[in-house]
Design a protein around this ligand. Structure first.
Ligand code: C5P
Length: 240
Protein backbone atom coordinates (compact mmCIF):
# COMPACT_ATOMS: atom_id res chain seq x y z
CA UNK A 1 0.00 0.00 0.00
CA UNK A 2 2.74 2.47 -0.91
CA UNK A 3 3.24 4.94 -3.74
CA UNK A 4 5.96 4.78 -6.37
CA UNK A 5 8.25 6.58 -3.91
CA UNK A 6 7.40 4.41 -0.95
CA UNK A 7 5.02 6.80 0.83
CA UNK A 8 1.79 5.49 2.31
CA UNK A 9 -1.10 5.79 -0.16
CA UNK A 10 -3.33 7.18 2.55
CA UNK A 11 -0.97 10.12 3.14
CA UNK A 12 -2.43 12.44 0.49
CA UNK A 13 -4.76 15.15 1.73
CA UNK A 14 -7.12 17.32 -0.31
CA UNK A 15 -7.24 21.10 -0.49
CA UNK A 16 -10.24 22.61 -2.22
CA UNK A 17 -9.52 25.88 -4.06
CA UNK A 18 -12.23 28.42 -3.27
CA UNK A 19 -11.61 30.73 -6.21
CA UNK A 20 -14.30 33.37 -5.90
CA UNK A 21 -14.52 37.10 -5.29
CA UNK A 22 -18.01 36.71 -3.80
CA UNK A 23 -17.75 36.75 0.00
CA UNK A 24 -21.08 35.03 0.57
CA UNK A 25 -20.19 32.22 -1.80
CA UNK A 26 -16.73 31.89 -0.22
CA UNK A 27 -18.17 31.48 3.26
CA UNK A 28 -20.94 29.14 2.10
CA UNK A 29 -18.43 26.90 0.31
CA UNK A 30 -16.09 26.98 3.32
CA UNK A 31 -18.87 25.97 5.70
CA UNK A 32 -20.12 23.21 3.39
CA UNK A 33 -16.73 21.73 2.51
CA UNK A 34 -14.92 22.08 5.83
CA UNK A 35 -15.94 18.62 6.99
CA UNK A 36 -14.81 16.95 3.76
CA UNK A 37 -11.66 18.85 2.74
CA UNK A 38 -8.49 18.74 4.82
CA UNK A 39 -7.53 22.30 3.88
CA UNK A 40 -9.34 25.16 2.15
CA UNK A 41 -7.41 27.28 -0.32
CA UNK A 42 -8.04 31.02 -0.50
CA UNK A 43 -6.40 32.81 -3.40
CA UNK A 44 -5.94 36.02 -5.27
CA UNK A 45 -9.57 36.53 -6.21
CA UNK A 46 -10.91 36.57 -2.67
CA UNK A 47 -7.99 38.36 -1.04
CA UNK A 48 -7.93 41.05 -3.73
CA UNK A 49 -11.68 41.51 -3.42
CA UNK A 50 -12.02 41.79 0.33
CA UNK A 51 -8.58 41.54 1.89
CA UNK A 52 -7.48 39.57 4.94
CA UNK A 53 -11.12 39.04 5.94
CA UNK A 54 -11.16 36.34 3.25
CA UNK A 55 -8.51 34.40 5.17
CA UNK A 56 -10.09 35.06 8.57
CA UNK A 57 -13.56 33.96 7.53
CA UNK A 58 -12.39 30.69 5.96
CA UNK A 59 -10.08 30.00 8.92
CA UNK A 60 -13.21 29.84 11.10
CA UNK A 61 -14.01 26.60 9.26
CA UNK A 62 -10.73 24.88 8.32
CA UNK A 63 -6.97 25.42 8.03
CA UNK A 64 -6.33 28.00 5.30
CA UNK A 65 -3.92 27.50 2.43
CA UNK A 66 -3.34 31.10 1.36
CA UNK A 67 -2.37 30.98 -2.31
CA UNK A 68 -1.03 34.45 -3.07
CA UNK A 69 2.00 33.23 -5.06
CA UNK A 70 4.07 36.13 -3.75
CA UNK A 71 6.90 37.23 -6.05
CA UNK A 72 8.58 40.53 -5.15
CA UNK A 73 11.65 41.86 -3.38
CA UNK A 74 12.36 40.11 -0.04
CA UNK A 75 11.25 43.03 2.15
CA UNK A 76 7.87 43.31 0.44
CA UNK A 77 7.27 39.57 0.49
CA UNK A 78 8.18 39.45 4.18
CA UNK A 79 5.55 42.09 4.95
CA UNK A 80 2.87 40.27 2.98
CA UNK A 81 3.78 36.93 4.58
CA UNK A 82 3.51 38.45 8.07
CA UNK A 83 0.09 39.90 7.18
CA UNK A 84 -1.16 36.55 5.87
CA UNK A 85 0.05 34.87 9.06
CA UNK A 86 -1.69 37.47 11.22
CA UNK A 87 -4.93 36.85 9.31
CA UNK A 88 -4.77 33.13 10.12
CA UNK A 89 -3.10 31.42 7.16
CA UNK A 90 -1.62 27.98 7.87
CA UNK A 91 0.10 27.70 4.49
CA UNK A 92 1.26 30.40 2.08
CA UNK A 93 2.63 30.23 -1.45
CA UNK A 94 5.51 32.23 -2.89
CA UNK A 95 7.08 31.84 -6.33
CA UNK A 96 10.33 29.88 -6.11
CA UNK A 97 11.59 32.00 -9.03
CA UNK A 98 11.78 34.94 -6.62
CA UNK A 99 15.02 33.43 -5.36
CA UNK A 100 16.41 32.03 -2.13
CA UNK A 101 16.57 35.38 -0.31
CA UNK A 102 12.90 36.04 -1.04
CA UNK A 103 11.81 32.57 0.09
CA UNK A 104 13.93 32.89 3.24
CA UNK A 105 12.38 36.30 3.99
CA UNK A 106 8.88 34.78 3.86
CA UNK A 107 9.95 31.90 6.13
CA UNK A 108 11.47 34.31 8.67
CA UNK A 109 8.47 36.65 8.64
CA UNK A 110 5.90 33.85 9.11
CA UNK A 111 7.62 31.12 11.14
CA UNK A 112 4.36 29.39 12.12
CA UNK A 113 3.18 29.18 8.49
CA UNK A 114 4.22 26.48 6.01
CA UNK A 115 5.79 28.40 3.14
CA UNK A 116 5.20 26.55 -0.13
CA UNK A 117 7.24 27.45 -3.21
CA UNK A 118 5.51 27.34 -6.58
CA UNK A 119 7.75 25.98 -9.34
CA UNK A 120 6.06 25.97 -12.78
CA UNK A 121 2.38 26.81 -13.00
CA UNK A 122 0.19 23.94 -14.11
CA UNK A 123 -1.27 26.26 -16.76
CA UNK A 124 2.18 26.57 -18.38
CA UNK A 125 3.46 23.84 -20.69
CA UNK A 126 6.85 23.14 -22.23
CA UNK A 127 5.93 24.97 -25.46
CA UNK A 128 5.34 28.18 -23.53
CA UNK A 129 8.46 27.63 -21.42
CA UNK A 130 10.48 27.30 -24.65
CA UNK A 131 8.95 30.51 -26.00
CA UNK A 132 10.06 32.17 -22.75
CA UNK A 133 13.59 30.83 -23.29
CA UNK A 134 13.35 28.33 -20.46
CA UNK A 135 14.08 24.63 -20.13
CA UNK A 136 11.24 22.13 -19.83
CA UNK A 137 9.23 21.76 -16.63
CA UNK A 138 11.00 18.50 -15.79
CA UNK A 139 14.26 20.48 -15.54
CA UNK A 140 12.97 23.80 -14.18
CA UNK A 141 10.73 22.42 -11.43
CA UNK A 142 13.36 20.35 -9.56
CA UNK A 143 15.92 23.14 -9.98
CA UNK A 144 13.59 25.71 -8.41
CA UNK A 145 12.49 23.22 -5.76
CA UNK A 146 16.05 22.58 -4.62
CA UNK A 147 16.70 26.33 -4.16
CA UNK A 148 13.43 26.89 -2.32
CA UNK A 149 13.82 24.03 0.15
CA UNK A 150 17.42 25.02 0.84
CA UNK A 151 16.07 28.50 1.65
CA UNK A 152 13.66 27.02 4.19
CA UNK A 153 10.44 26.34 2.27
CA UNK A 154 8.33 23.65 3.92
CA UNK A 155 7.00 22.42 0.62
CA UNK A 156 6.85 22.66 -3.15
CA UNK A 157 3.96 23.17 -5.55
CA UNK A 158 4.38 21.39 -8.89
CA UNK A 159 2.39 19.52 -11.53
CA UNK A 160 1.79 15.82 -11.02
CA UNK A 161 4.26 15.04 -13.79
CA UNK A 162 7.13 16.58 -11.81
CA UNK A 163 6.39 15.00 -8.42
CA UNK A 164 8.97 12.23 -8.66
CA UNK A 165 11.82 14.45 -9.94
CA UNK A 166 10.97 17.11 -7.35
CA UNK A 167 10.78 14.47 -4.61
CA UNK A 168 14.22 13.21 -5.60
CA UNK A 169 15.77 16.60 -4.86
CA UNK A 170 13.72 17.71 -1.83
CA UNK A 171 13.40 14.39 0.02
CA UNK A 172 10.50 13.03 2.02
CA UNK A 173 10.39 15.75 4.67
CA UNK A 174 9.15 18.43 2.24
CA UNK A 175 5.45 18.62 1.40
CA UNK A 176 4.73 18.12 -2.32
CA UNK A 177 1.53 19.89 -3.36
CA UNK A 178 -0.12 19.17 -6.72
CA UNK A 179 -2.74 21.39 -8.39
CA UNK A 180 -4.16 20.76 -11.86
CA UNK A 181 -6.07 17.77 -10.49
CA UNK A 182 -8.85 16.54 -12.75
CA UNK A 183 -11.00 13.49 -12.01
CA UNK A 184 -11.33 11.14 -14.97
CA UNK A 185 -13.43 12.85 -17.68
CA UNK A 186 -13.49 16.31 -16.04
CA UNK A 187 -12.90 19.40 -18.23
CA UNK A 188 -9.27 20.58 -18.33
CA UNK A 189 -10.30 24.29 -18.58
CA UNK A 190 -7.30 26.68 -18.52
CA UNK A 191 -4.95 24.09 -17.03
CA UNK A 192 -2.30 22.57 -19.32
CA UNK A 193 -0.72 19.79 -17.27
CA UNK A 194 -3.40 17.89 -15.43
CA UNK A 195 -3.48 14.57 -13.60
CA UNK A 196 -6.15 12.42 -12.00
CA UNK A 197 -6.26 12.25 -8.19
CA UNK A 198 -5.25 8.59 -8.28
CA UNK A 199 -2.24 9.22 -10.54
CA UNK A 200 -1.06 12.17 -8.44
CA UNK A 201 -1.25 10.13 -5.23
CA UNK A 202 0.55 7.23 -6.85
CA UNK A 203 3.27 9.64 -8.01
CA UNK A 204 3.80 10.64 -4.37
CA UNK A 205 1.82 13.87 -3.88
CA UNK A 206 1.11 14.82 -0.26
CA UNK A 207 -1.64 17.36 -0.91
CA UNK A 208 -3.93 17.49 -3.94
CA UNK A 209 -5.42 20.86 -4.93
CA UNK A 210 -8.75 20.64 -6.67
CA UNK A 211 -10.96 23.61 -7.48
CA UNK A 212 -13.62 23.87 -10.15
CA UNK A 213 -14.36 20.14 -10.53
CA UNK A 214 -15.65 20.44 -6.95
CA UNK A 215 -16.77 24.06 -6.53
CA UNK A 216 -18.55 24.32 -9.89
CA UNK A 217 -20.44 21.05 -9.38
CA UNK A 218 -24.15 21.21 -8.58
CA UNK A 219 -23.32 19.55 -5.26
CA UNK A 220 -19.71 20.40 -4.28
CA UNK A 221 -19.78 18.16 -1.19
CA UNK A 222 -20.95 15.17 -3.24
CA UNK A 223 -18.31 15.92 -5.90
CA UNK A 224 -15.56 15.91 -3.28
CA UNK A 225 -16.88 12.70 -1.72
CA UNK A 226 -16.75 11.10 -5.17
CA UNK A 227 -13.07 12.03 -5.48
CA UNK A 228 -12.36 10.50 -2.07
CA UNK A 229 -14.29 7.36 -2.94
CA UNK A 230 -12.38 6.98 -6.20
CA UNK A 231 -9.11 7.45 -4.34
CA UNK A 232 -10.03 4.80 -1.82
CA UNK A 233 -11.37 2.32 -4.35
CA UNK A 234 -9.14 2.45 -7.43
CA UNK A 235 -6.34 -0.10 -7.22
CA UNK A 236 -2.93 1.37 -8.01
CA UNK A 237 -0.40 -0.39 -10.20
CA UNK A 238 1.59 -1.70 -7.24
CA UNK A 239 -1.45 -3.50 -5.90
CA UNK A 240 -2.47 -5.37 -9.04
O1 C5P B 1 -10.10 25.00 -10.57
P1 C5P B 1 -8.76 24.35 -10.58
O2 C5P B 1 -8.78 22.93 -10.03
O3 C5P B 1 -8.05 24.47 -11.90
O4 C5P B 1 -7.93 25.21 -9.50
C1 C5P B 1 -6.54 25.02 -9.31
C2 C5P B 1 -6.08 25.96 -8.25
O5 C5P B 1 -4.71 25.76 -8.00
C3 C5P B 1 -6.25 27.43 -8.60
O6 C5P B 1 -6.65 28.10 -7.41
C4 C5P B 1 -4.88 27.88 -9.03
O7 C5P B 1 -4.65 29.23 -8.70
C5 C5P B 1 -3.97 26.96 -8.21
N1 C5P B 1 -2.66 26.64 -8.76
C6 C5P B 1 -2.49 26.07 -10.00
N2 C5P B 1 -1.24 25.80 -10.48
C7 C5P B 1 -0.16 26.04 -9.73
C8 C5P B 1 -0.31 26.59 -8.45
C9 C5P B 1 -1.60 26.86 -7.98
O8 C5P B 1 -3.48 25.79 -10.68
N3 C5P B 1 1.05 25.73 -10.15
Amino acid sequence: MTTAVGRPRTAARIAVALDTADEGRLVDLAAALAGEADVLKVGLQAVTAFGPRAIRRVAEHAPVFCDLKLHDIPNTVAGAAAAAAAAGASMLTVHAAGGAAMVAAAVAAAPAVDILAVTVLTSVDDVLLAELGMDGADVVAPRLARHAVTAGAAGIVCAGHEVSTVRNVVGNAALVVVPGIRPEGAAVQDQARVMTPRAAVDAGADLLVIGRPVTAADDPVAALRTVRTQLAATPSADET
